[in-house]
Design a protein around this ligand. Structure first.
Ligand SMILES: O=C(O)C1=C[C@@H](OP(=O)(O)O)[C@@H](O)[C@H](O)C1
Ligand SMILES: C=C(OP(=O)(O)O)C(=O)O
Length: 427
């Protein structure tokens, strides 16, 4: 792919699309299938950098993973809780799910494991997870002693018992611990300290665990009890990615069109389908079907919304907000500063380039739509910066996205799919 792409303005988009598989579900199902007894076959799985690094790491741990890319099927032969390799170096690029889930998973093994990623990953926190693993009987440390990767885990297995886990930076720590916990020598109780962010992802974790045979008593997500047990391999269908779907729903809103996303419903395991509720509040029409969600664009008003639970869609909403009457304020997403980039500060900077007036808050931002202008958008190697701000170019001529290939983290064919749906060519 080229180093830049110019988005062409589009008439109202009318169409339907099936986005690629969910990153979050694919990476959970991979970890659980790897630990399970017997074989699993994951259908509709995502094929992207974040899932490649997960698959590559599982193979380095000695797990047999067969990937049929054409068919989007991944076959995994589970290790029945006994990680084959006792010494492995894992490279996770910038995949938060991969490093947080695998740090917890290898802690249930026996041996020495090192996990590292790209420079940005070396700035993303993991200290809280390491502290909880230590409390569960594992020796682990941040190599640079700064609470970030690289991480070294030396372990003879998880002892289990009661431990606390911080919830205010990332829910992925808790999700990782939950998935590994059935393999501790005894049951595990996790007490969440601080306000838990991104809660729907924890419900997703317990749902996938249940689907593979382990029932967590999750209560109101302040104290979670995980029995000693084992997963049983199975065939498992992955939903299309709801965060990716947000771009297509937003494209309908921005162009005043109508877009149906196939394969998702209000009952999806992914909390990000609630992005549609934001669009509804802004004035769009949303139609929920048993296996599709359609958004019909309309004149929009600005809204005030706490997006803590659906933080991956903040950038999408920001793009939509530029076309609303009146300001939009997003709050509750201080954790967005720890993602692929600082998704508050850097987002504000790019929105200003497009002509918006933006006030940065500690935990969000206020966007005042103003006269838009052409701009070259820096993407900070953040797939969501590229995918969301490209949508502005569907209305405003001259929007150029730099380093468009960064969408490969979760959606390698994004620009092809958007261009096909819009019926316009991007240069
Ligand atoms: O568990 C998951 O699959 C994810 C949890 C969220 O992260 P945080 O819990 O760090 O907010 C989300 O941003 C990420 O894309 C995927
Ligand atoms: C935050 C994200 O990913 P991760 O934390 O898994 O790297 C994302 O995909 O938006």
């Amino acid at each position: 792919m080229t180093s830049r792409i110019e988005i062409a303005p589009s008439p109202p988009i009318l169409g339907s699309i099936l986005p690629p598989g969910s990153k979050s579900l694919t990476n959970r199902a991979l970890v659980i299938a790897a630990l399970a007894q017997g074989k699993s076959s994951l259908t509709g799985a995502l094929e992207s950098e974040d899932t490649h690094v997960m698959i590559d790491s599982l193979r380095r741990l000695g797990i047999d993973v067969q990937h049929d890319r054409r068919a989007k099927v991944i076959d995994v032969t589970g290790c029945d809780g006994v990680i084959p390799s006792s010494d492995a170096d894992l490279f996770v690029a910038n995949s938060g799910t991969t490093i947080r889930f695998l740090t917890a998973m290898v802690a249930a093994g026996k041996g020495r494991y090192r996990l590292d990623g790209v420079q940005r990953m070396r700035e993303r926190p993991i200290r809280d997870l390491l502290e909880t693993l230590s409390a569960l009987g594992v020796t682990c440390r941040s190599e640079a002693e700064n609470g970030c990767p690289p991480v070294v885990v030396e372990t003879s297995g998880l002892v289990g018992g009661v431990a606390q886990i911080a919830g205010d930076i990332s829910s992925q720590y808790l999700s990782g611990l939950l998935m590994a916990a059935p393999y501790a020598a005894q049951g595990v109780s996790l007490e969440v300290v601080g306000e838990l962010v991104s809660k729907p992802y924890v419900h997703m974790t317990t749902a996938v665990m249940r689907d593979f045979g382990v029932n967590v008593d999750a209560g109101d997500l302040t104290k979670l009890v995980i029995p000693h047990g084992k997963y049983v391999g199975r065939q498992y269908a992955i939903e299309p990615d709801a965060s990716a779907a947000s771009y297509f729903w937003a494209a309908a809103a921005i162009t005043g069109g109508s877009v149906t996303v196939e394969g998702l419903s209000r009952d999806a395991l992914q909390g990000d389908v609630a992005f549609c509720e934001c669009l509804e509040q802004m004035g769009c029409q949303v139609e929920y079907g048993p296996n599709s969600i359609k958004v019909v664009g309309s004149r929009m008003r600005g809204i005030c919304v706490d997006m803590n639970a659906i933080s991956d869609t903040v950038q999408t909403l920001a793009a939509v907000a530029l076309f609303a009457d009146g300001p939009t304020t997003v709050t509750g997403v201080a954790h967005n500063r720890h993602k692929e980039t600082d998704r508050i500060g850097d987002l504000a900077c790019e929105l200003r380039k497009l002509g918006a007036v933006v006030e940065e808050l500690e935990d969000g931002l206020t966007i005042v739509p103003s006269r838009l202008q052409p701009a070259e958008i820096e993407t900070y190697n953040d797939h969501r910066m590229a995918m969301s701000l490209a949508l502005v170019g569907l209305r405003q001529p001259g929007v150029v996205i730099l380093n468009p290939a960064c969408t490969g983290k979760t959606y390698p064919n994004y620009f092809e799919d958007l261009s096909r749906l819009a019926g316009v060519e991007f240069q």
